[in-house]
Ligand binder design. Structure first.
Ligand code: SF4
Length: 187
């Protein structure tokens, strides 16, 4: 969302739950196909201008992909306000990640600990931990961070043709092979 759109949405919003998928741009692009800067800018705007409507920020914890994002996200939020609520969601294998391993309880506990060490006071995790699956190799050399290499490799495997991902300017956006991926698993 643009800043203007965010302000207009906040005008009629009573409760906000806000996902931050990653802090590093290449991890964010690998996971979502979009840059992280507008997300962090909007997160900061909400935390500073509508804290009474903020239910929580959420971070999906995916093994070996977003674990390295925990500390920078927690430091980013803590620098705004140490009271900001943060919840780590347990990754559940789904869609192009249908065979990927769920996150362990230990990793979720560790993420909470790291976020508290970064200065946040209201941190929790939720969801179902320890779901079975496989941790894929990091195969997309177009990215810098190891989590991005792994997530980008999964997008590539599902048919993404533009790496690093940038869905906004991708020539294939209307025939995107990865968006037509048909998962075998139903959740
Ligand atoms: S092929 Fe293009 S539209 Fe599809 S996921 Fe990759 S970057 Fe995005």
């Amino acid at each position: 969302m643009t800043e203007e759109s965010l302000r207009r949405v906040l005008d009629f919003t009573t409760s906000v739950t806000f996902d931050i998928k990653a802090y590093h741009d290449d991890v964010h692009r690998a996971l979502t196909g979009a840059p992280v800067e507008p997300v962090l800018r909007n997160a900061k705007y909400i935390a500073e201008n509508a804290p009474e409507r903020l239910w929580e920020f959420r971070v999906l914890l995916i093994p070996k992909i977003t674990e390295g994002e925990v500390k920078p996200i927690a430091e980013f939020l803590s620098a705004i306000d140490s009271e900001i609520p943060l919840n780590f969601l347990a990754f559940r294998p789904n869609f192009v990640f249908e065979d990927y391993q769920g996150v362990t309880r230990e990793a979720l506990d560790r993420a909470v600990e790291v976020a508290r060490e970064a200065g946040l006071k209201n941190v929790n995790w939720s969801g179902r931990a320890d779901l079975p699956g496989e941790i894929f190799e990091a195969t997309a050399s177009e990215y810098d961070e190891s989590g991005a290499k792994r997530a980008g490799g999964i997008a590539k495997r599902a048919g993404c043709v533009t790496l690093p991902r940038d869905c906004g300017s991708c020539q294939a956006i209307h025939q995107c092979p990865s968006k037509g991926y048909k998962p075998g698993r139903r959740t």
